[in-house]
Design a protein around this ligand. Structure first.
Ligand SMILES: Cc1ncc(COP(=O)(O)O)c(C=O)c1O
Length: 420
């Protein structure tokens, strides 16, 4: 028998993976012992005191479930809790959606928004083609490209999205790039609260994008990680998805309850496949179930039961809407306060974009060098593209952050936005 000590492990040459652009920041922040450190990296809501937040309505449902002797820990089917899926589809598409006629929608439970994308792109690779080109906005959430490739598709292509001059959507660039995409390509669209730029198309611009998608026979895949967080209204934030559904095209829709119900770690989400023609729902569902079976067998139950209880009860739903408005308002308040603090301390540049952008993030325009400077000198953490989570700011930290931004801008000059 060979001495195991003299045989190198088969795994000894496994290289270290590059740290995740966003989650790596949490690790760095956690191990930082500086008392005034600030984490503006990860997109998780924090209270005015900077603490994680469990929505009171979520807490009540959890307590009721814990006391209910009829709840069990039995497995869910591969496609998850049916009641939850039905209510999720209604939430994003609207109860009277034309997609609910003729068996045109199939909704399965997913491991939050990421899981919806992962199952959805695997479905695309298997049933459109492994060669399908996927276009994501430039810039986009840093995990999109990883999920697409891990799903068996070619590396993502990008379409122009953000105008660094105006701080708004670069509609002309976007249209030009989408026009050049081959028929059958998938276009990933952020349904609202674009991450990281906080710049969404106007309704007129969405009409334009829809027209190009239809003419080019592209397949939209909507990623909705922030329904209710952009405007504070669940309805308003679903407008883009519903408009595309009305056009009667084939499309996919991912949903997440991480941010809007604060169920981050419970991994609660849904994927809906919408067909332009009905009649093949059962086959589509069977294939989604087969993908899920081999990936993780079936989704977790607890979070889906919590979400379904709230979605299915009029009073609790109304309470949730109120909570969402409060969270969106606090984020908007922080935008105003950060801009005011930057004006007050005389930071060079125009900071109007901070209040114009919507959703959880502000794309500040700080360069990677300025971001690094703020981390090293002030222990303020944000992604290297200058994106900050507005929900990570509080009344106590906003001036400290504004002063650090001033120092970074004055010391290192020139931001990536042209007005800086
Ligand atoms: C644009 C976008 N899509 C998807 C997600 C996925 O989030 P989760 O998997 O936690 O629902 C996020 C989270 O930050 C996001 O910003």
């Amino acid at each position: 028998m060979q001495d195991s000590k003299s045989t190198p492990s088969l795994f000894s040459t496994v290289p270290t993976a590059p740290p995740d652009a966003i989650l790596g920041l949490n690790t760095q922040h956690r191990s930082d012992t500086f008392t005034k450190k600030v984490n503006l990296g990860v997109g998780a809501y924090r209270t005015a005191e900077g603490e994680p937040y469990v929505l009171p309505v979520v807490r009540r449902v959890e307590q009721a479930l814990a006391k209910d002797p009829s709840t069990t820990h039995e497995y869910l089917p591969q496609d998850g809790l049916k009641h939850f899926c039905d209510l999720s589809a209604k939430l994003i598409l609207g109860a009277d959606s034309p997609a609910f006629t003729n068996d045109r929608t199939v909704t399965v439970q997913a491991l939050s928004g990421t899981g919806a994308l992962r199952v959805g792109f695997t479905f695309v690779a298997r049933f459109l083609s492994e060669e399908t080109a996927v276009y994501i906005p430039k810039p986009s959430w840093s995990n999109h490209k990883n999920v697409v490739v891990q799903s068996g598709l070619p590396p993502t292509k990008e379409y122009r999205y953000f105008d660094y001059g105006t701080g708004a959507v670069d509609l002309e660039g976007m249209i030009e790039d989408l026009r050049a995409a081959p028929a059958g390509s998938v276009v990933l669209l952020h349904g609202c609260a674009h991450n990281p730029t906080g710049a969404d198309p106007t309704k007129d611009q969405w009409e334009h994008i829809l027209q190009v998608v239809q003419e080019g026979k592209l397949v939209p895949f909507f990623d909705n990680a922030y329904q209710g967080f952009a405007s504070g209204s669940l309805e308003e934030d679903a407008w883009s998805v519903r408009r595309f559904v009305k056009a009667g095209i084939d499309m996919l829709v991912g949903q997440s309850y991480a941010k809007n119900m604060g169920l981050y770690g419970e991994r609660v989400g849904a994927l809906t496949v919408i067909s332009s023609e009905g009649g093949n729902g059962e086959a589509i569902r069977s294939q989604l179930k087969a993908i899920i079976r081999a990936m993780y067998s079936n989704p977790p139950k607890h979070g889906a039961m919590v979400a379904a209880s709230i979605l299915g009860d009029g009073d609790m739903f109304a309470e949730w809407e109120g909570e969402l408005r409060k969270m969106a308002d606090r984020i908007r308040d922080m935008r105003e306060k950060l801009r005011a603090a930057l004006i007050k301390n005389g930071t060079p540049g125009n900071w109007d974009h901070i209040v114009k952008q919507i959703g959880m993030f502000s794309f500040t325009g700080l360069t990677a060098a300025q971001v690094e400077f703020m981390k090293n000198k002030y222990h303020i953490y944000m992604t290297s593209n200058g994106r900050i989570s507005m929900a990570g700011l509080t009344n106590y930290t906003v001036e400290y952050v504004a002063d650090a931004m001033k120092d970074a801008v004055v010391s290192l000059k020139k931001g990536v936005l042209h007005n800086m």
